[in-house]
Design a protein around this ligand. Sequence first.
Ligand code: BMA
Length: 799
Amino acid sequence: MKDITLLTKGWSLQHEGKALSAEVPGCVHTDLLAAGLLPDPYIGTNELDVAWVGERPWTYTAHIDAVTAHERTDLVFDGLDTAAEITLDGSELGRTRNMHRAYRFDVTGRSGELRVRFLSAYAEAEAVRERTGDRPNVYPAPSQYIRKMACSFGWDWGPTLVTAGIWRPVRLEHWSTARIARVRPLVTVTEAAGRVEVHFEVERSVAGHGRRLTAGATVAGAHAEVQFTGTRAVLTLDVPDPALWWPRGYGEQTLHELELVVSEGRDVLDVWRRRIGFRTVELDRTPDEHGTAFTLAVNGERLFARGVNWIPDDALPSRVTAERYRRRLTQAAEANVDLVRVWGGGIYEDDAFYDICDELGLMVWQDFPFACAAYPEEQPLRGEVEAEARENVVRLMPHPSLVLWNGNNENLWGFRDWGWEPELAGDSWGGGYYLDLLPRLVADLDPTRPYTPGSPWSGSWERHPNDPAHGTHHSWEVWNRRDYAEYRDSVPRFVAEFGWQAPPALATLRRALPGETLAADSPGMLHHQKAEDGKGKLDRGVNRHFVLPEGDFDRWHYLTQVVQARAVAAGIEHWRAHWPMCAGTVVWQLNDCWPVSSWSAIDGDGRLKPLYHELRRLYADHLLTIQPDPGGTNLALVNQSAHPWSTTVTLRRLTTDGSQTGQSTWEVEVAPRSVTRTRVPPKVAVAPAADKEFLVADADGLRALHIAVADRDFDYPSPRFDVRIDPVDGKGDRVDVVVTAHTLVRDLLLQPDRLAPDATADRGLTSLLPGEEVRIQVQGWTGRDVQAVRAALFCVEPA
Ligand code: BMA
């Protein structure tokens, strides 16, 4: 049986003549941090002072001993970041230049000093650029000349921290006769039968060549065996009536262990195990009267994808543990998200990421790692891209959560629309990867899964790649130049990116910017804002709705977070109400990789922005919304559940002092997976310029509130409310904050981190009518000080 020795201990990092103890997996930054030789790059402007780390070569060393009774010993690196020369006892084992690949070297019978010398990623990228010539890039970074996480070089939400190191596990694998080299389970489901075709390959030792081996595969009670003398074979397992895997909200996430055992006689040589799921996935791209659809269907169930974009959860990605993935993905699931897009400027994530998505029923859309640049197709890059894609497609294909491969982020758009095409003058730019190489590889290796060449993509060069009527669309004009209400001006077929920025929680800012007197434009705030004119866009976003609070940081911070939540709500409410024409929204972005002002719903310290709580409402099976459109005002009820939704809608017109001037009540039944839209009846409608009246709709505990004018033009009363703290018996670390409104209280927010840095609240923005109360569960703070709570509470104030 194969034997594994993990090589996690005994590593050193050479630094200025000293050998620092090194952590593997890890990276130079984490080792220097642990040794106290580097200031935390996430604090203040330290990022600038640590730039040198990415600009020089680094060497890791360890002693290895590969002497065993086995016929073969392989040294296996699951990931090297990035350009490395590897030597054992002074002789070269190999060179690498791709962070997205694993590497295996035959070190049979050898022992001695293992050295992994990393070149600076800049030096490697420059050397490749010399060979291929220059290509356009949205960012100044040379990210397209090296197969390394692109955002390592900086992004519009990320620091420039050019990492190097052994970022994934290393081990020695000792084996004899044969080892399992590659397994591709092709899972299909027809009528009531599941089938797994297990395509596998083995590597044989010299002595193992031509020997008769047995391979046996088992899943869900089905078993098949084959005897073989070559290096590859296929086993087919039929499972009658298998329990299916469903996305969350649609059914169970049943997983079945698939096991492949290769043996010779009674000797088990190697075993491979993964959890698979029985489910089908299709992507409907049929032309119709509106353009070209982009609708995912799982097990035949067409669905509106409730998505978020995922970026690497740490700018030093080796720090992201399985626990951290679980925490973050559970947060996504608890916000009623059902699809996570792994964005192309990051990485193919660790297996743990996809395991957790399998368990939580989160569908995964995986970008190949190409983003926002023209990528040369010359060597050495072409061979790297092919090798990396082959390896990762095979690695990830067992996961039922994986529903879509996507060629790149925004590169088809950039080629056509951002001036690349003329600038390239015929040079390669990656089109051959996205439109030829990658689809061929996916069709060959993983033919049960759909592939799309890019996001956005309209399906044809005859159309603009970002044409909202065809395929995927990235909606960025609104954040960049317009008011969020303008999300309502179009109905794209699938919104794969859109979003609005807000700063992180106050406790996150205080930790990241110690000693700074916080202001919207204080130096640390500006350093931790990487987007072009980010602060200007935040200010203009606030200013369209509120009076920009000059010199009042807390108020600015609250209002930017309100505008972020409202902006994303405007988009999702409108687009979801247009199902099935629009078949998904993927919010930019779920998470952050350091403390920063960004489009994220969860900040760099893991704290929740009000947007996070809003997502839970926006992505629930039942959504109630009021939407203005040029012809009047509509009320929409979205029912994404499998059951009819019968409810009573009460629509009221109220004045700012709380009196009611109109009401209409009616029964509705919304069919499963569908939307009902009703015009607001004229007798309750508010005039387009109404500044003293507003609409409130209630149904089944859901609430929608509609004010026709900008908040700054609305005649808000001075908000008045009582605050009470209710201890919660038996829960030592919890209290309930109960707020009772005496006036209209709009977008009330408790910022729990103002009570204690680690305190959390179970809700975000809440609007109360006079007389209504809300109970906010606060975890991690048990004070009794009502004044402290009042200081952590915000709401909309009259202009
Ligand atoms: C899109 C994304 C990212 C970027 C985001 C916000 O371009 O694909 O590249 O971070 O918008 O600008």
